[in-house]
Design a protein around this ligand. Structure first.
Ligand code: SF4
Length: 403
């Protein structure tokens, strides 16, 4: 049997349906680079990140438009979402109103205790976990001055100060990060933090830069800590397409034996107010059917043709439901329409053909009437369920009311 790294047991928190800490598998995180207000572009990137191995995705929530975008994105995201908050505590409240699964707060740039406690109280009432995300580059100047700079002890003190404020309002649903761009500094800071608290830790080397140097720094910092049993969730911060960071994070966990190796990437939408099928059941049947085949593809199972092909356009292949039909799509383009009860079989057949003939050939062989049929079904469904099947407008109004 392969040797395994013994992991330090931390308390468990839940970011949506992903457990972090408490012995759960180490999860991979990544962050979108789109404007969060651009709902379609952001969702498409979230799907690409999920396909590349991200278990949790973070989106910036830097203004009210971003918070309103989150109100539309959350119900359609295949993985739990974390809102990244800087400076304006009200945006943390707005992000929770939008339904995000977790928040990330930087203690260096929201400093007023009453603001921090207002966010923590709301998070406590809603059961939303928070990451205390300390960053050496934006450390509270007072703490830095006391320690003679951004030392490991200073980073840990900043995190503990925030945790104390949270505790004042009875809130400890927390994970913590103490990131730095210096690998030795972040390693020492996390070691110290791990000796001090039993909260789950989110590991990262911040601003690691473009690959290959960025990859090396992240592997050195995150890999060292994981090999010591420290860390419950990780993020590579590369100056690159975030898909690359999600993939690298996942690969690091696989080579360290902390996650299983993956064959086929099957992603499924979360099934929202627009779903036309039981997505979980179809995804399960597809998973079983694909399990017998070694196909190096990313395959998506999507609940509706209104948004499915667009949301999962980065996938090699997918199926979206609509009006008792399955709309088979390749790289976001609908190539065939099949009866709903033949969806899984059609998916398998197309996957085998893609492996044999290639994506371009399958796109060239598309049924010419399929795209028009999908568009007709899409429009009919929009007519039936309206443009706001997920009641995102109500959430957006509440965000505006927060003012
Ligand atoms: Fe997206 Fe449609 Fe699935 Fe809803 S049902 S998450 S809109 S694909």
């Amino acid at each position: 049997m392969e040797p395994r790294f013994e992991r330090k047991l931390t308390r468990a928190i839940h970011v949506g349906d992903v457990q972090v800490g408490g012995g759960a598998p180490v999860s991979v995180q990544s962050m979108t680079t789109t404007k969060t207000a651009d709902v379609e572009a952001t969702l498409s990137q979230i799907y690409a990140l999920a396909g590349a191995g991200a278990d949790i995705v973070r989106c910036t929530c830097n203004d009210e438009d971003a918070a309103e975008g989150l109100a539309e994105i959350v119900p359609r995201s295949p993985v739990p979402l974390v809102a990244d908050i800087h400076f304006q505590y009200r945006l943390a409240l707005a992000a929770m109103e939008a339904g995000v699964h977790a928040l990330r707060l930087n203690p260096g740039n929201i400093r007023k205790p009453e603001h921090i406690k207002a966010v923590a109280s709301e998070a406590r009432d809603r059961g939303v976990p928070v990451r205390i995300g300390v960053n050496a580059g934006s450390l509270d100047p007072e703490i830095a001055a006391r320690h003679g700079g951004a030392t490991p002890a200073a980073l840990v003190e900043s995190a503990l100060h925030e945790l104390d404020l949270f505790r004042e309002v009875d809130f400890e649903n927390v994970k913590i990060s103490v990131k730095a761009s210096s690998v030795p500094l972040m390693i020492d800071a996390y070691r110290l933090l791990s000796e001090t608290v039993d909260h789950p830790l989110h590991l990262g080397v911040t601003e690691a830069g473009p690959p290959p140097a960025g990859l090396l720094k992240s592997v050195a910092g995150i890999g060292t800590l994981l090999s010591e049993g420290i860390g419950d969730t990780i993020r590579f911060s590369l100056t690159a397409d975030p898909v690359e960071e999600a993939r690298a994070g996942r690969q690091l966990l696989e080579v360290l034996g902390l996650r299983e190796r993956r064959g086929l990437d099957l992603i499924a939408c979360p099934s929202c107010g627009r779903a036309e099928i039981d997505v979980i059941d179809v995804a399960r049947r597809a998973q079983e059917a694909f399990a017998e085949r070694e196909l190096p593809l990313q395959v998506a199972v999507m609940g509706c043709v209104v948004n499915g092909p667009g949301e999962a356009r980065e996938a090699d292949l997918g199926i979206a439901a609509g009006r008792s039909k399955g709309h088979l799509f390749v790289k976001g383009q609908v190539v065939r329409v099949v009866p709903e009860d033949e969806m899984v079989e059609a998916l398998i057949e197309e996957a085998e053909r893609i492996v044999e003939e290639g994506i371009e050939a399958r796109l060239a062989a598309a049924d010419e009437t399929a795209a028009a049929a999908a568009e007709a079904d899409r429009e009919a469904l929009l007519e039936i369920k309206g443009a706001d099947a997920n009641r995102s407008e109500e959430r957006k109004q509440r965000i505006r009311d927060l003012g």
